[in-house]
Write a protein that binds this ligand. Structure first.
Ligand code: PEP
Length: 253
């Protein structure tokens, strides 16, 4: 399905700041980003700062079309979960998107497919849009079982939610070996997986947005965005540099 034939899919660029920034740096980065993203655009832009900076980021984005997102969420709504943050709290802070299933959380925090499925539901119940990340390890890729891994990660959520709810969701393909490593999937590798992911949601194939993430930079963004099944990017490192970030947003626009 060609992108040109489908006006419904707005491109989306999501900046995941991870555990970076402080009040001063965030203010200066966002001053540049907001100034560089004025007026009407054909694509959507989201910034996901660390939790403590959500309110500050929200005020720095006031009046701009750039939306606020969060990097993770707890599956429960409230209670004795020290250190955790619920989806309803994120909604209260005017977040619109929440990244879930990021490989750093799966690997470092031990988040399971099942927890990710519960987070997906919690995010939607709070009225926000989940950005569900999936992706294979280097070993999976080398053994040629990358599609199997991605299918398993997707099915874990489908089994819990059904597929209809993906009407209000974004998918992100992030090969683990490409995130933060400087290695990018080739356009062919990325397109193969995006096509596979789109085929898992045949009823929503025209509308589901599937982002690519993994060392996307200004120099390779255009080539990735030109592919028929890639609808934007999830960015780590590149979202911390205003010029790089804006160049990628412009490439999506
Ligand atoms: C990410 O953290 O989701 C990511 C894609 O990071 P990077 O762009 O730095 O590879």
């Amino acid at each position: 399905m060609s992108k040109a034939s489908n006006a419904k899919r707005r491109q989306l660029v999501v900046g995941n700041w991870k555990m970076n920034g402080n009040l001063r740096e965030n203010a200066s980065l966002l001053a540049e980003v907001v100034a560089g993203w004025q007026g009407e655009h054909k694509s959507d832009v989201v910034i996901c700062p660390p939790y403590p900076y959500l309110m500050h980021t929200h005020s720095l984005l006031a009046g701009s079309a750039i939306m606020l997102g969060a990097q993770t969420v707890n599956q429960y709504d409230k209670g004795a979960y020290t250190g955790e943050v619920s989806a309803s709290m994120l909604a209260d802070l005017d977040c619109k998107f929440v990244i879930i299933g990021h490989n750093e959380r799966r690997r470092m925090q031990g988040e399971t497919d099942e927890q990710v499925a519960h987070q997906f539901v919690a995010v939607q119940q709070a009225g926000l849009t989940p950005i569900l990340c999936v992706g294979e390890s280097l070993q999976d890729r080398e053994q040629g079982c990358h599609l199997e891994t991605i299918g398993r990660q997707l099915n874990a959520v489908f089994a819990h939610t059904g597929k209809d709810v993906f009407k209000n969701a974004v998918l992100a393909y992030e090969p683990v070996w490409a995130v933060g490593t400087g290695k990018t999937a080739t356009p062919e590798q990325a397109e193969e997986v995006h096509r596979f992911m789109r085929a898992q949601l045949p009823d929503l194939a025209d509308e589901i947005r599937i982002l690519y993430g993994g060392s996307v930079k200004a120099h390779n963004a255009q080539q990735l965005f030109a592919l028929p099944d890639i609808d934007g990017a999830l960015l780590g490192g590149a979202s911390l540099d205003a010029d790089e970030f804006l160049a990628i947003c412009s490439a999506a626009d």
